[in-house]
Design a protein around this ligand. Structure first.
Ligand SMILES: Cc1cc2nc3c(=O)[nH]c(=O)nc-3n(C[C@H](O)[C@H](O)[C@H](O)COP(=O)(O)O)c2cc1C
Ligand SMILES: [Fe+2]
Ligand SMILES: [Fe+2]
Length: 397
């Protein structure tokens, strides 16, 4: 059974869907699984870019054997040692014992941590090194911390393909699609591509910027990532998204309201704010209950919007726990450049806002539009809402 697709005459795409995985990295809930991608080039020498996760190993090995059709495998390029792409290395080496593993010095240090007995030939490459397989010449480009420290991407000057490792990936299975232009990307994938980027690579904006700069010097006609879809049309659309995300610039001028609420009073206050925003013609408004939405979705929205309203009760003398989790993730992922409003609700002493302010002060360029608004139990201050909406209006313009 054929379970791969052809990119062109000698480049093959093995995209293995895992529909069963509930949480990527055992953290991020998946609504619709994920794909692990690998690419095979049949030239005078045969070469494969990464393997896949163990969970889809049988499908992968069948596809690889089918594509090679009796030929041996000469090279396996390892973009990074993360097990979702590397757990099968030993098995592939056992199947193709003449194989040479291609990585950088750091790759092999990590390989020896994961596999104590990986007895294969090794080719150690560094920035700018090339490997010719016949008509295809591959250039290795280091991309440290575009997920892991040893990450490298590979450029094929023959097909003008950038094998981009985890960069330009997305959650969601492929369901037979290979190119982004075979899907309704904005409808079916963009939100998950943003959630993937912001949560997994979001912390490393400067490193992603460095990779984008290097990539801008290459003539790229196709981007081939390790998760999700291959890009051949409108590549600049996706690169522009990466440009915004990696510089922590908002993609959308709008207001994200995230509230926590035990008894509903903080929620009611935020509802009043949302109604007033719409009354005032501000319709880019998104609202989430912090307890009901996994923090990874909130992080993606935080990256997306220019304005963020955080509203939470004081809880045991500190920040409502789910809100604190969001703030911790925002700090960890280097969120910057936001206009922020804080609401704090406590029945005897609202003090969470002080701690939220301290957290925000540890992030770069978080601009408080008004002093934190505190209230006791039930919100009843229309003028405060009007002032917030006015400030949002001024800064959205
Ligand atoms: C477990 C728990 C701990 C709380 N701790 C505090 C506190 O330390 N200080 C305070 O002023 N209110 C505290 N409160 C009260 C709530 O912050 C307050 O009732 C608030 O109005 C709840 O807002 P809500 O209606 O949106 O849930 C606590 C409530 C709960 C359930
Ligand atoms: Fe990775
Ligand atoms: Fe990955």
């Amino acid at each position: 059974m054929r379970n791969y697709r052809k990119i062109n005459d000698d480049v093959f795409f093995i995209g293995c869907d895992d529909h069963t995985l509930n949480r990527f990295e055992n953290i991020f809930p998946l609504k619709k699984g994920v794909s692990y991608n690998s690419y095979v080039v049949l030239d005078e020498k045969t070469i494969v870019f990464d393997t896949v996760d163990y969970s889809v190993g049988r499908q992968y090995k069948e596809a690889l054997a089918d594509i090679l059709n009796g030929r041996t495998l000469d090279y396996l390029v390892i973009s990074h040692m993360e097990p979702d792409h590397c757990s099968l290395i030993n098995e592939v080496v056992a199947l193709y014992p003449n194989l040479t593993l291609v990585g950088n010095a750091k790759t092999f240090v990590m390989m020896d941590q994961f596999f104590s007995n990986c007895e294969a030939n090794r080719l150690v490459v560094k920035e700018g090194d090339t490997l010719s397989c016949g008509t295809h010449t591959f250039t290795f480009v280091m991309a440290p911390f575009v997920h892991w420290p040893e990450v490298m991407v590979t450029y094929d000057s023959h097909d003008k393909i950038l094998y981009s490792a985890d960069a330009f990936g997305t959650f969601n299975t492929l369901d037979g699609a290979m190119f982004s232009d075979e899907t309704d990307f904005e409808k079916d994938y963009l939100d998950e591509a943003r959630r993937y980027y912001t949560n997994i690579v979001g912390k490393y904006g400067p490193q992603v910027q460095a990779l984008l700069k290097k990539a801008s010097n290459l003539d790229i006609e196709m981007i081939a990532p390790l998760h999700g879809l291959v890009w051949r049309n409108n590549i600049s659309y996706f690169i522009e998204k990466y440009q915004l995300w990696s510089t922590y610039e908002a993609e959308s001028k709008g207001v994200l309201i995230v509230f926590g609420s035990v008894y509903g009073n903080t929620q009611a206050a935020m509802n009043q704010l949302a109604l007033t925003l719409h009354d005032e013609g501000i319709h880019q408004v998104k609202m989430y209950d912090v307890s009901h939405t996994h923090v990874s979705y909130l992080i993606a929205e935080v990256f997306k919007y220019s304005h963020i309203v955080l509203a939470a009760p004081t809880y045991n003398g500190t920040i409502f726990p789910a809100m604190e989790t969001l703030l911790n993730d925002m700090q960890m992922l280097n969120v910057q450049n936001k206009n922020v409003v804080i609401f704090d609700n406590g029945s005897w002493g609202p003090i969470a806002h002080k701690k939220i302010e301290t957290k925000l002060a540890m992030m770069k360029n978080m601009n408080l539009l008004v002093p934190s608004i505190t209230f006791k139990s039930v919100f009843n201050d229309e003028s405060a809402i009007n002032e917030v909406v006015q400030k949002i209006k001024e800064t959205l313009a």
